[in-house]
Ligand binder design. Structure first.
Ligand SMILES: [Zn+2]
Length: 180
């Protein structure tokens, strides 16, 4: 799948929330989730497991009847993941239940995915450091759905950021990252 680079709104770049950073690859700017927390302030970033040269988001998950950890690509719109276990039900339509690995606290929220064709009604909720801005990731494994609620920013800016999908719908072209 071809990488589709989208412009990041200027209003967003000017008031970039804590926990989101911009990195350059091949001369283009990408959003990377740098710092997110669970419901009780649990740090969910793995500094030991990297994807595409950046720390990953580390989540406990139940998929079907297996439980383990996943490490999620922190590039906005990528849904590359590494598994700490062999999911027996990791087909594209499986929905995950995500939780804080250490405490088991649920990360799930009732929020409908806005990707056309996805009817998933649950999202993984990640809190940005300001405690008021939130990132939502669709609970369906193969779905690239994600959105962001930004404190102190007009909702249309958040909507526009949420619709950015650098990697298109479908699997990430890994070879693109190998080029740098
Ligand atoms: Zn979805």
């Amino acid at each position: 799948m071809e990488l589709q680079h989208k412009e990041i709104p200027v209003e967003f770049l000017q008031r970039l929330p804590e926990g989101i950073k911009i990195v350059k690859r091949h001369g283009k700017e990408f959003m990377v989730v740098e710092s997110v927390f669970g419901p009780n302030g649990e740090d969910l970033v793995s500094r030991s497991v990297h994807i595409h040269g950046e720390p990953t988001l580390r989540l406990g998950v139940t998929i079907g009847n297996r439980t383990g950890m996943i490490f999620v690509d922190s590039f906005w719109g990528s849904h590359a993941k590494l598994y700490s276990f062999v999911p027996d039900d990791a087909h594209e339509n499986a929905e995950v239940n995500a939780f804080v690995p250490e405490t088991g606290a649920s990360l799930m929220a009732d929020r409908e995915c806005d990707i056309q064709g996805c009817d998933c009604k649950r999202s993984i909720l990640l809190n940005l450091p300001d405690g008021r801005s939130k990132v939502y990731v669709c609970a369906r494994l193969g779905c690239p759905g994600h959105s962001i609620d930004l404190a102190d920013m007009p909702s249309e800016v958040a909507k526009s950021v949420g619709s950015i999908n650098f990697f298109g719908v479908g699997s990430l072209d890994e070879s693109w990252f190998d080029e740098f």
